[in-house]
Design a protein around this ligand. Structure first.
Ligand code: UDP
Length: 247
């Protein structure tokens, strides 16, 4: 397949994208994601993957319910991302792809420690590089991890996959049918309009590192491929004012 807009992408998938309402993991959903990534790799697009853990455990939220302290609860969230990374690793292997899991949290039996130079060299060799364990620190999210890693590995773009929402809207589209999607935004708009795209730390870091982010719906068929081609229905966030165009 031709015409990819980006050469090196960082794909952020939340844990939810891997599961269903009934199951922790949905074979069908995971297969679709992995097949699309295979298409990208076969087309010489470099793919780094940051995976969340929300299908298993969200530190602050779930921890509070059971009366855990935040730090332990967050480390549990990071461990959840490692579990998801191992699921994806197995699937990529089964598809015949070269794959490596690097983790910011030390789990040396199952993943290499995160080392950005090695991540880059594996990307250049056509490996799918799965970045697990979040930042390795509590009080952060995997959206922030995506921003940090995208800056470190010099990704051309963060493809920020959402579940069932195809971009950033002026109002919550699930609440208000008249909500309008932005086709592009700059970082100032995110704060001035109080738009809920990602947490504040993640958007500040993305702005500081001058990253381009494409927010798209992972549940639409072939949308990871389309996002990498620049043709998915989506919202592009960058610091270059284009801008503020609603669709
Ligand atoms: N987490 C953390 N530090 C990080 C990344 C993640 O403590 O650098 C924890 C945090 O508790 C978070 C959980 O891991 O709630 C799962 O990550 P996230 O909520 O970002 O997953 P997603 O919603 O994308 O599936």
């Amino acid at each position: 397949m031709e015409n990819f807009k980006y050469k090196r992408i960082l794909l952020k998938i939340s844990g939810e994208a891997l599961g269903s309402t009934d199951d922790l993991y949905s074979n069908e959903k995971i297969d679709k994601i992995c097949q699309q990534i295979k298409t990208l790799i076969n087309s010489k697009v470099q793919v780094a993957l940051v995976v969340g853990g929300g299908n298993i455990w969200r530190g602050a939220k779930e921890g509070q319910k059971v009366g855990l302290d935040r730090t332990n609860a967050d480390y549990m969230g990071m461990l959840a991302t490692v579990m998801n990374a191992l699921v994806l690793e197995s699937k990529f292997r089964a598809l015949g792809l070269n794959v490596i899991v690097q983790s910011a949290l030390e789990v040396n039996k199952v993943a290499e420690p995160y080392y950005y130079k090695k991540a880059i060299s594996r990307l250049e060799k056509g490996y799918v590089v799965i970045l697990a364990g979040g930042t390795g620190y509590p009080y952060f999210t995997t959206d922030t991890t995506a921003a940090l890693r995208a800056a470190e590995i010099k990704a051309d773009v963060i493809l920020m996959a959402k579940n069932g929402v195809d971009g950033v809207y002026d109002q919550d589209p699930q609440v208000n049918k008249n909500a309008v999607r932005f086709s592009s935004l700059d970082y100032q708009d995110i704060t001035s309009k109080n738009l809920k795209v990602m947490d504040l730390t993640a958007s500040t870091m993305s702005m500081e590192a001058d990253l381009e982010i494409v927010v798209f719906d992972i549940n639409t068929p072939d949308n990871i491929i389309k996002a990498a081609q620049g043709t998915a229905i989506s919202t592009t966030i960058s610091s270059k004012k284009n801008i503020n165009s609603k669709e």
